[in-house]
Design a protein around this ligand. Structure first.
Ligand code: NDP
Length: 289
């Protein structure tokens, strides 16, 4: 990308400070400014990073304003990932399949939309948690935006089997149909889990944990040596993770690493330099107790 920005005056020096933002509603909880400003400090990049709370229906106007101010990029959180998808003039393959965009880059009239949620999730599992996906039996719970973003990056890792289980089974079926050209995904309801046997990796990509709700997963779904991963973060031991522990799972993780890894993808795309994620993940980690 070509960078432009405002000039901030510091004593004895003139430094170009490029403007980025995160947008959502609500936005008070966002960790994105802390993450990106830490990345910037550690990689010697001069950026300004702000949080924007847009009213529902006000996404386009706020993004137009940001671009008028010289903004170069934007992270998008709920509920605006579909608005960002519609706003983009060009889309990555991950964003096309997800039907949602969580990162925009601005270059003149060109607005490029990416979806880094899935690659962030895969990087966290494979690199940080040292759990290869290749050859594994993977159970993904949910069929919403996060699952849509995760399917292509997961299939690229060549799991032995990828099963999608969702409360509304038709949604899982239709998603499995959409992705069929890229790889085999089996769709089922929770009632089929008992017959499906154990999985090496069980991911809770539903929003149940956000509401403190549990899921009807039999202990038999967790293989010995399984990783149980809840995409929700900052909630401590969620009902899903507690269930996994009670079923004997020793490795449990929440989505804090995914959050930081998707931010690192965005930062690397915008700035052309890859930040180290470890310290930020440690700083944001809430104990799973
Ligand atoms: P969506 O609203 O798009 O999808 C929600 C999904 O959860 C649907 O499949 C829905 O099923 C299912 N669901 C909701 N409540 C229940 C329940 N009580 N029992 C069973 N299934 C339920 O959400 P997202 O896909 O955007 O987000 C999913 C999770 O991923 C959230 O916890 C979110 O915080 C997390 N996330 C984490 C990120 C990170 O960086 N760590 C990034 C993005 C998301 P149905 O179709 O039947 O309604």
């Amino acid at each position: 990308m070509v960078y432009a920005g405002s000039t901030a005056s510091l004593p004895g020096a003139s430094i170009v400070t490029d403007l980025y933002a995160v947008i959502g509603n609500p936005i008070g909880h966002t960790k994105s400014p802390l993450i990106h400003l830490t990345f910037a400090r550690e990689t010697g990049q001069h950026i300004e990073y702000i949080a924007i709370e847009a009213p529902i229906g006000g996404f386009n106007a706020r993004v137009d304003e940001l671009r008028l101010r010289g903004g170069l990029g934007l992270n998008i959180t709920a509920p605006f990932k579909l608005d960002a998808f519609a706003y983009a003039t060009e889309l990555s393959e991950d964003a096309k399949l997800a039907g949602a965009v969580n990162c925009l880059g601005f270059e003149g009239d060109r607005v490029t939309g990416q979806n880094y949620d899935g690659v962030g999730l895969v990087n966290d599992i494979v690199c940080n948690l040292r759990c290869p996906i290749e050859g594994k039996r993977v159970l993904m719970l949910g069929a919403g935006g996060a699952v849509r973003g995760a399917l292509l990056p997961f299939l690229a890792e060549r799991p032995e089997q990828l099963v999608l289980v969702n409360r509304t089974v038709d949604k899982a079926r239709s998603l499995a149909g959409e992705i069929a050209a890229h790889g085999a995904v089996q769709a089922a309801g929770y009632d089929a889990l008992q017959q499906l046997g154990p999985f090496d990796l069980v991911l809770n990509a539903t929003s149940a944990s956000v509401h403190g709700e549990g899921l009807p997963i039999p202990a038999a779904s967790f293989a010995s040596g399984c990783l149980a991963y809840d995409l929700a973060y900052g909630k401590g031991l969620t009902p899903f993770l507690r269930l996994a522990r009670e079923a004997g799972v020793r490795q449990v993780a929440d989505g804090v690493g995914m959050l930081v890894e998707q931010a690192a993808e965005a930062f690397a795309w915008w700035r052309g330099v890859r930040p180290d994620t470890r310290a930020v993940i440690e700083r944001l980690t809430v104990p799973l107790t």
